[in-house]
Write a protein that binds this ligand. Structure first.
Ligand SMILES: NC(=O)c1ccc[n+]([C@@H]2O[C@H](COP(=O)([O-])OP(=O)(O)OC[C@H]3O[C@@H](n4cnc5c(N)ncnc54)[C@H](O)[C@@H]3O)[C@@H](O)[C@H]2O)c1
Length: 339
């Protein structure tokens, strides 16, 4: 049996608690929120009658002594939560983004290393069947090596709350999913980025609702991202829409169920090489999916076996470096090297 305390009982905590109750051997023994009423309401909603409720993570960890902390707080509170979890010898599974600044990201990853605890991030868009299929298909070489990756993200949600006030909202709060997926799909090591942010006249965000970025993903591969969180009409999927161009063909994914590829034929028709459709194989049974549930299972498996989870902080920080590189580029107007 593994005991966990969940901190941050806002909107996303429902997804965590929905997943957690499907995991055998996992018990949520405490719920923490600055607003105790919110934590109490979640305990009631999920039938967690035995869970200890509080507003101080330190106090609840002292009282319940769990093996793990589930961190679902806002990004600005993440560093304090992480340091508290490691100080109490807890493993930590944290919502994205891993941190709200490069310094805080390094401090959290270093604290996990020093504490010798498992630290993983809910980068749940990796745990999507078509993302897994794309990575396998591209690495099979069926259309040759990828040379450019293009993702579009255009949705106009009215969240209210912290997002409408934070700086660099699209890059810091959402683009991390798309950047991480791009890096994962093609096995890229980000080298540099040029990015521009803007605020459309109709934006209801304080800053950074819209951005365009061009990344050098290493190995001659370019990744372009175009996104907006206030583009009304023809919305894309939350996963973005994708075009991946490779040496001998291309792949299109609408971010939902439409995933197609074409491969070149050795026949030229006037100016153009002929192409034909090529099947993207179904999900491999070894590929882990199921979003939050899949990640919680992987996190527990890593703790039980002493292995490293796929979305470990020490790797996820490379995707976060793409975000901070893009932010620095947008602020300075220069291309930025990604360390
Ligand atoms: N993985 C995903 O697909 C996904 C989707 C949406 C949000 N998120 C992430 O989930 C996190 C939470 O987002 P949300 O939409 O639930 O926000 P929210 O504002 O609805 O909830 C956050 C909660 O954290 C509490 N809180 C803040 N600081 C705290 C602290 N120091 N101690 C205890 N409680 C504290 C707040 O009182 C609030 O109840 C964010 O990092 C967000 O980016 C992830």
């Amino acid at each position: 049996m593994m005991d966990a305390v969940l901190v941050g009982c806002g909107a996303m905590s429902k997804q965590w608690l929905d997943a957690a109750r499907q995991v055998e051997g996992l018990r949520v023994v405490g719920l923490v929120d600055l607003d105790a009423e919110r934590a109490r309401a979640r305990a009631h909603e999920y039938g967690l009658a035995g869970a200890v409720i509080g507003t101080s993570l330190d106090a609840i960890l002292d009282q319940t002594k769990p093996q793990a902390v589930f961190d679902v707080v806002v990004p600005a509170a993440r560093r304090d939560v992480a340091l508290s979890a490691f100080a109490h010898h807890c493993h930590l599974l944290t919502e994205k983004p891993l941190a709200d600044s490069p310094d805080n990201a390094r401090a959290i990853v270093e604290a996990a290393r020093r504490a010798g605890r498992v630290h993983a991030v809910v980068q749940n868009r990796r745990y999507v069947a078509n993302v897994r299929r794309i990575r396998r298909f591209l690495s099979s070489g069926a259309i040759g090596a990828p040379t450019s990756i293009h993702a579009d993200f255009f949705i106009a949600p009215h969240f209210g709350g912290f997002r409408e006030e934070m700086a660099h909202v699209l890059l810091l709060d959402m683009a991390i999913h798309t950047f991480d997926a791009a890096r994962y799909m093609v096995g890229g090591e980000p080298v540099s980025v040029y990015c521009q942010e803007w605020e459309p006249a109709n934006s209801w965000y304080r800053q950074g609702s819209s951005a365009s970025a061009v990344f050098d993903l290493g190995g001659g591969r370019l990744f372009t991202y175009a996104g907006s969180w206030c583009a009304v009409g023809f919305r894309t999927s939350w996963e973005s829409t994708w075009r991946i161009v490779a040496e001998r063909g291309s792949l299109l994914w609408d971010g939902n169920n439409d995933l197609r590829a074409e491969v070149v034929l050795p026949v030229r028709d006037g100016l153009l090489d002929q192409t034909q459709p090529i099947e993207v194989p179904p999900l491999d049974p070894a590929d882990r999916i199921d979003g939050h549930l899949g990640i919680i299972r992987d996190f527990m498996h890593a703790i039980e076996t002493g292995s490293e989870p796929e979305t470990r902080g020490s790797d996820n920080i490379k995707s976060l470096a793409m975000v901070f590189g893009a932010i620095e580029s947008a602020e300075t107007g220069r291309r930025v090297a990604i360390a």
